[in-house]
Design a protein around this ligand. Structure first.
Ligand code: GTP
Ligand code: MG
Length: 195
């Protein structure tokens, strides 16, 4: 997709702050530090627009980016950060659950997983949640540049098996470093917002 215009809109803490213009939304979920913000920056070709937090795990907002007046990319807070308190963890759970269960404009969640490692328990729970709410998922295995190409297939297989990847979901191999998968992921996103 040719990026004509992209704009950071809001860090929403409360649902009343979510945009009301009903543009389709594509959310990104993944562990803290997995590369969500880097992936957004690569998709929209704006180095550094998506904010990277200096305090991982502390941000509880949904960051909204509007692209070409056509869709929003919604950056979720990273999960699984060890130093988060029980209260923060519960708040995160409530916010995301509410969002996933009744956010009409949400068309798809990109679940971002580091290709180097098997998915964590939190990754598996997130995937189960997405299935529970019947939300279309694209699993994006990122940081592909960090392992040799010859190992990609094997790692992807383990990741899919571990989360219980369902037929009908999509998968894209990605690297924010090299741009691998960028066009393919835009095609998936365009398909999802056309539904
Ligand atoms: P939180 O906002 O804390 O949840 O993190 P995040 O998921 O947004 O991760 P972020 O994009 O900030 O990336 C974390 C680190 O991984 C940074 O140092 C990035 O430069 C690096 N990184 C992200 N994606 C890639 C990639 O595809 N390849 C390589 N080599 N490094 C990456
Ligand atoms: Mg981030």
């Amino acid at each position: 997709m040719k990026i004509m215009q992209v704009e950071f809109v809001i860090s929403a803490v409360e649902p009343h702050q979510y945009p009301v213009d009903a543009l389709p939304e594509i959310a990104l979920a993944g562990r803290s530090n997995v590369g969500k913000s880097s992936l957004i920056n690569k998709l929209i070709q704006r180095k550094g627009l998506a904010r990277t937090s200096s305090q991982p795990g502390k941000t509880q907002q949904l960051n909204y980016y509007r692209v070409n007046e056509r869709l929003y990319l919604v950056d979720f807070p990273g999960y699984g950060y060890a130093k988060v308190s029980k209260v923060q963890r519960a708040q995160f759970g409530e916010m995301i659950e509410r969002f996933l269960s009744d956010r009409d404009p949400l068309k798809m969640v990109l679940q971002i997983i580091d290709i180097r490692h098997p998915p964590s328990k939190d990754d598996c729970l997130m995937y189960d949640w997405l299935k529970h709410f019947d939300i279309p998922v694209c699993v994006v295995t990122t940081k592909a540049d960090k392992i040799p190409r010859s190992k990609w297939d094997k790692h992807v297989k383990v990741i899919k098996e571990t989360i219980g990847f369902k037929a009908g979901d999509q998968h894209v191999l990605f690297s924010s470093e090299t741009g691998l998968g960028r066009d393919e992921l835009w095609a998936v996103i365009n398909g999802a917002i056309a539904q």
